[in-house]
Structures are given as C-alpha cells and as structure tokens.
Design a protein around this ligand. Sequence first.
Ligand code: PEP
Ligand code: MN
Length: 259
Amino acid sequence: MMHRMLQLDQYLKNNSQFLLIAGPCALESKEQIKTFLDGADELGMLRAGVFKMRTNPDSFQGLGKEGIEIIRELKADKPFNFVTEVTDPRQIEMLDSVVDAYQVGSRNMYNYDLLRELNSLKKPVIFKRAFSATVNEWLNACGYMPDLGEEKIILCERGIRTFEQTTRNTLDINSVIYLKQNHNFKVIVDPSHASGIKSMVRPLCHVAMASGADGLLIESHPHPECAKSDKEQQITINELNIIREELKKLSAFYDKEIV
Ligand code: PEP
Ligand code: MN
C-alpha cells in the first residue's frame, strides 16, 4: 500500500502540484476499496461514488450509508483522503465525518440550494461542469459558493455534450486552458466521463497535463469488467499505475509535482 496523506490545503495554495484522484465509479464493497488502495501507487485522494446519480432509475444507485461506514472503517485502519459526490443536502450530515472534499456532479451543477449548503461547510468542493453548461454558466454557479471561492473550489472538466456521437462526451480542453489563463481556480480533468472509453483515458491524461490542468479524476476499478456502473470507461489498477509513471516523466517538462 503506497497511498499517503496529501495535505489538501497545501495543494490548494500551491501552483505546481498535480493531484491524482482515482477510484471506482461506485463504491461496491469493502473488499473492492481495500484492493484498490493496496494496489494503487501514491494516490493523492480516493474517489468512489456512494450516492450515484444514474440516468436510468433502475441502475445501481450506490450503497449509501453502508458505503460511508466502509470508508470510516478503512480510514480508521489507515488514513487517506476521500472525495465522493453529494447529491442532496440531507446527505451532508452522514457524509461530513468521512469526506475531505465534496464532489458536485454534472447533473447538480445547477442545484443552487445544494451549492449554498456546501458553501457553509468550508470544505473543498470538486465542482463538475454540467454537460451542457457554458464556461460562464459554470463560473456563475461558483458564485453560489462565495466563501469557498477560488481557494476551495476545484473545477472539474468532465466533457460536454456535442453533436459528436463516437465518444460519450467531448472533452473541452479549451475550457481548461481558458480557465487557467483567466482565473485562479484549480482545474482538474475527468478523462473517464469525458470519453467513456477506457483506451482513451491514458492519452487524455497526457493531454490534461499539457493543457495546464492541476490534476486528474480517473475512474479505476480492481475488476472493470465486473463494475456495477461505467464499466466501459474504468481502467485497471495496473493501467492507473502506468499512467502515473508516465505523468511523472511528463511532469519534469511541465514543472509539476505529482501528489
Ligand atoms: C462521477 O464522477 O461518478 C459522475 C457521475 O460524473 P458526472 O457527474 O461528471 O457525470
Ligand atoms: Mn462514473
């Protein structure tokens, strides 16, 4: 097990750190997460969905409270940073003791009551772009979290909906470059939802670093073929570790430190 305790507030203040966040789309079992943590090299933060926002209401919705308890137990064993999506303000009471950052998913970018609630908590928020939001709408939505502001909001570009049908979404790399050139938010890239195709994740990770992004949020599963959600886009732990090694080499050129 190589994961370590990244100092999140230091990352937020630092301009040269590149944060690797990875983990399965959905938290499915304790064993799944343990296997992931044991196998993934030097992970800055674990991601795993506890409350899933599924397009189809009959799809797996996440373990909910049971998932939170699994994270609590694993953290007690060996601490790590954890981010998960919050989909309803009523989940906050349950989640707050186990999350180090909250994720707002694409479908909730416009959920201003949720954003106001998160604003009052003062914890970092990974704020995903709605799949049909313009960059200005995304930035305006940040205005609902004024106490977090550029210091504590991490924007996550996860691809937008275009006329293109060959990939799940279209990664708007322009938005990353634009935001880095014109604002002081941290900006990370989610290559998994942006493409929906596992073989595209690795090159998109390289592209993200070249674009000036401050990190990545990658879906990776011990057994992607058995994943209960998003199995087409999840990469193996081994693939994740290879990507990390490659990014380490690239980071010398881009003057970044992988955390
Ligand atoms: C996710 O990160 O698991 C997710 C549901 O992504 P998005 O909100 O970008 O669709
Ligand atoms: Mn997913």
